[in-house]
Design a binder for this molecule. Structure first.
Ligand SMILES: [Zn+2]
Ligand SMILES: [Zn+2]
Length: 337
């Protein structure tokens, strides 16, 4: 029982406040401890030496007070672990209501760590009431992973009967997360395309500007180069070009690559890539459209990113990466989980 908790013995001075709990039992405690731990309790004690802490079971209130007496137990010790496991949600609410931030953080972590799909809706409600954003995020993530299990939970059914707004909120968050994921996947797929185009630009450049014969180093660069040379030869000899390489798909492809090259080519001296200067003049005269300008910008950016990815990493950076990957990353990862 809560009333049997002996806080009196924890301090040399006699207990001078009584904490009344929801079942009417009282706990003797020290005003100095409570007031220094919580500004809310401090104000209550200024008004009366008999204060009420309701809205949680007497055992949870006793655990809350014990944490205020010995904060260290929140981070170390078996008792702290057991109390968090038994009263985590109540402790989060009590710490929030009485403005004890360190205990609120600890309880939030604990509730999040032991979260299961069947309790996700209750925890979401708690997170909203207690302004606990990390717990909120955890609930949404868990619901996203296993919505079917969440929908089977008592919390979900209860929300359907009494708090439909909560269900709508959760579904909207899941929908937004899903949209974000799809957008990200689309973005990644288009980045791959820009990267491939940028590689094609590099091959085109090498094929016509490097004087040395192709030394196949096994990277496939030589094959790509030969392919491009063949395509350009085809363009020169094809009888089905049409306007801008319109008729033949091969011609169309190489024509667009040459056009893209002349858009990204910044040589001041005459360029040896076929049609480069002609296309430059033509595009300046005709003014290219917005979509093409955006494409050019993205391909150029992909080229810069590829250069950065392929550059030689300084030894000092390599060493710190190795250190990061071997040592502290596990605890860092655990912190972020
Ligand atoms: Zn053709
Ligand atoms: Zn050029």
């Amino acid at each position: 029982m809560a009333s049997s908790v002996d806080f009196e013995s924890l301090r040399p001075s006699p207990a001078d406040v009584r904490v009344v709990t929801s079942d009417g039992s009282t706990i003797a405690a020290h005003s100095s401890v409570l007031a220094s731990a919580s500004p809310v309790l401090e104000r209550m004690i200024e008004v009366s030496a008999r204060i009420r802490i309701l809205g949680a079971s007497p055992d949870a209130v006793a655990a809350f007070l014990r944490f205020l007496y010995s904060p260290r137990e929140a981070t170390a010790g078996e008792w702290g672990e057991a109390a968090m496991a038994a009263h985590g949600a109540a402790l989060l609410a009590l710490a929030h209501a009485h403005r004890v931030p360190w205990l609120k953080r600890r309880a939030e972590e604990d509730v999040a760590a032991s979260l299961t799909a069947d309790r996700a809706v209750d925890a979401l409600k708690l997170a909203r009431l207690c302004d606990a954003p990390r717990l909120y995020l955890w609930c949404v993530r868990l619901a996203g992973k296993d919505l079917a299990a969440v929908e089977l939970s008592e919390g979900w059914r209860f929300a359907g009967r009494h708090d439909a707004a909560l269900q709508v909120d959760l579904l909207r968050l899941l929908h937004d997360a899903d949209q974000r994921k799809k957008r990200w996947e689309r973005e990644r797929a288009s980045q791959d395309v820009y990267r491939q185009l940028s590689d094609a630009m590099a091959s085109l450049d090498r094929a016509f500007t490097e004087a040395s014969p192709c030394d196949d180093d096994g990277s496939g660069a030589c094959t790509a180069r030969q392919g491009i040379v063949q395509l350009v030869r085809h363009l020169a000899g094809c009888g089905n070009k049409g306007g801008g390489g319109g008729g033949c798909p091969h011609c169309k492809r190489i024509f667009q690559l040459l056009r893209l090259h002349s858009s990204v080519c910044d040589r001041t001296e005459p360029c040896r890539v076929p049609l480069c200067s002609n296309l430059k003049t033509k595009m300046q005269a005709e003014k290219v459209d917005k979509t093409w300008r955006l494409l050019v910008k993205k391909v150029a950016r992909a080229g810069v990113m590829a250069t950065l990815d392929n550059r030689e990493v300084p030894e000092i950076v390599k060493r710190s990466w190795a250190k990061y990957n071997s040592g502290g990353s596990r605890s860092r990862a655990a912190r972020f989980r």
